[in-house]
Design a protein around this ligand. Structure first.
Ligand SMILES: Cc1ncc(COP(=O)(O)O)c(C=O)c1O
Length: 377
C-alpha cells in the first residue's frame, strides 16, 4: 500500500517471527518450571534450554557446551572482554560497538589491562599490517567485529583468527550483525570468543550468547549460582532462550536465500541513490560489506533531519547504532574512518532484511530524493 510504514532499520532490531513467538508462548504460560529444579517441571525447562543450545550452537558450528546464554549481545561482549581481558595488553578496533569499547576502556581505567585501540582505514578496515604488528607485540586478547553495525564493513575474520592462533592471542569477534546474512563457523574462523544476539534475527530481545572455546578461562560478570557453567549466574530466561533457538533453526534453513534477496535489494537501492542524488556516497564502499547495511553520506545534509523527514513519510531508518541515537555526537565509526565532524553528521544507515520488498526500496528512494531536494533548497 502506498502509505504503509516501511521499516529499514533491521540492524537496530527485527520483528519477532510468528513461529518464534509460538515456540516461546508455552514457556510464558503452562511451562513455568525452574530449569534448576529436579522435578518434572524443572527437567522440562532444562530440556527446552538444552534443545535451544543445540539449535544456536549448530548455526555457528560450535559444541553446544561452549555456549553461554546471556541477557543480551552487549552482555556477551562484556563477558568476553572483561572476563578474558585482565592482565597484560588487549587490542580492539576503533569502530567496534560500544559493548566492546566500553568494557575495554574500563579495563584500562581500572588498571587491569593496557588497551590499544587499533586505527581503521578510510573504508573502516583494520589493515593487515596493523593487526600483524599488534599480535606480534604480544596482546593477550584481540577483538575485531565480524560485521560493523553502522557500515556493514566485514573483517576477514578467518585470517584474523589464524593470525591470533599462530601467535597465541585470544580472538573475540562480535558477530551480532553477521549472523543474519553470513556463514559463521567457529572452527573455520579460529575464534575463541564470539558474541551473538537474538533480536537481530527475528528472535526476542534481551537474550544473547557468548561462544567460549573450551579451555579459555573467563571470569564471570554475574556470580551467585552455577547456571551456564558458572559463567552467568541467575535463573535462565527459558522463553527467550527457546525463542533464540527457534530463530536460529529457521535462519539455518533460510539464510542463503534471504541473503541473496537482501543483496539484490541493496544493489538496486544503492545504484538508484547514487544515480538520483547529487553529492551522495556509500561509506565503506571499497571494503567487503555484509549485504544488509548501507551507510549513506549526503553532502551538506544533517542525518538527524533526514531521519525525522523520512519518519514523517512513514519510513524508518537510523543515524547509526540505536543505542547511541540519543547522542548528538556524530558516529565514532565514521570519525574513526577519517571523516570530519560535518561529513560524519551527514550520514544515515539503511538496514534491510529478507522481509523488505523491491516496492519498498523504490518508495524509499523516491521519498529520499524529494526530501533531499526540499531540504537543500
Ligand atoms: C554489532 C553489535 N554488537 C552488539 C550489539 C548489542 O546487542 P544487544 O542489543 O543484544 O545488546 C549490537 C546491537 O545493536 C550490535 O549491532
Amino acid at each position: 500500500m502506498p502509505n504503509d510504514p516501511i521499516y529499514l532499520d533491521h540492524s537496530a532490531t527485527t520483528p519477532l517471527a510468528p513461529e518464534v513467538r509460538e515456540a516461546m508462548l508455552p514457556w510464558l504460560g503452562e511451562h513455568f518450571g525452574n530449569p534448576g529444579s529436579l522435578h518434572r517441571q524443572g527437567r522440562e525447562a532444562r530440556e527446552a534450554i538444552e534443545n535451544a543450545r543445540v539449535q544456536v550452537a549448530s548455526l555457528i558450528g560450535a559444541d553446544p557446551a561452549a555456549l553461554v546464554f546471556t541477557g543480551s549481545g552487549t552482555e556477551a561482549s562484556n563477558l568476553a572482554i572483561l572476563g578474558a581481558g585482565s592482565g597484560g595488553r588487549i587490542a580492539v578496533g576503533a569502530t567496534e560497538h560500544h559493548a566492546v569499547l566500553e568494557p575495554a576502556r574500563m579495563l584500562e581505567v581500572n588498571g587491569r589491562a593496557r588497551v590499544h585501540v587499533l586505527p581503521v582505514n578510510a573504508d573502516g578496515v583494520v589493515e593487515t599490517e596493523v593487526l600483524q604488528d599488534t599480535v606480534a607485540a604480544g596482546v593477550r586478547l584481540l577483538s575485531i567485529m565480524a560485521v560493523n553495525n553502522e557500515t556493514g564493513v566485514m573483517a576477514d575474520t578467518a585470517a584474523i583468527g589464524a593470525l591470533c592462533r599462530e601467535r597465541g592471542a585470544l580472538y573475540h569477534t562480535d558477530a551480532v550483525q553477521a549472523l543474519s546474512c553470513c556463514e559463521l563457523n567457529v572452527e573455520q574462523l579460529s575464534v575463541d570468543l564470539l558474541t551473538l544476539s537474538a533480536h537481530k534475527i527475528n528472535g526476542p530481545k534481551g537474550i544473547g550468547a557468548c561462544y567460549v572455546r573450551p579451555g579459555v578461562k573467563l571470569d564471570p560478570l554475574v556470580t551467585g549460582g552455577g547456571q551456564e557453567g558458572g559463567l552467568r549466574a541467575g535463573t535462565e530466561n527459558v522463553a527467550a532462550i527457546v525463542g533464540f533457538g527457534r530463530a536460529c533453526e529457521r535462519l539455518r534453513e533460510a539464510r542463503t536465500e534471504r541473503a541473496a534477496h537482501v543483496l539484490q535489494l541493496r544493489t538496486q537501492m544503492e545504484a538508484q541513490l547514487l544515480a538520483r542524488i547529487d553529492g551522495c556516497w556509500i561509506n565503506g564502499a571499497a571494503a567487503p560489506r555484509a549485504p544488509h547495511i548501507t551507510s549513506l553520506g549526503l553532502k551538506g545534509m544533517d542525518g538527524e533531519m533526514l531521519l525525522y523527514a523520512l519518519d514523517a513519510a512513514g519510513i524508518a531508518v537510523s543515524r547509526g547504532a540505536a543505542c547511541a541515537s540519543g547522542s548528538p555526537a556524530p558516529s565514532h565509526v565514521l570519525l574513526a574512518m577519517g571523516q570530519d565532524y560535518p561529513t560524519a553528521q551527514a550520514a544515515i544507515r539503511i538496514s534491510l532484511s529478507w522481509m523488505n520488498t523491491t516496492a519498498e526500496v523504490e518508495r524509499f528512494v523516491s521519498q529520499l530524493v524529494d526530501i533531499v531536494i526540499r531540504l537543500r533548497a
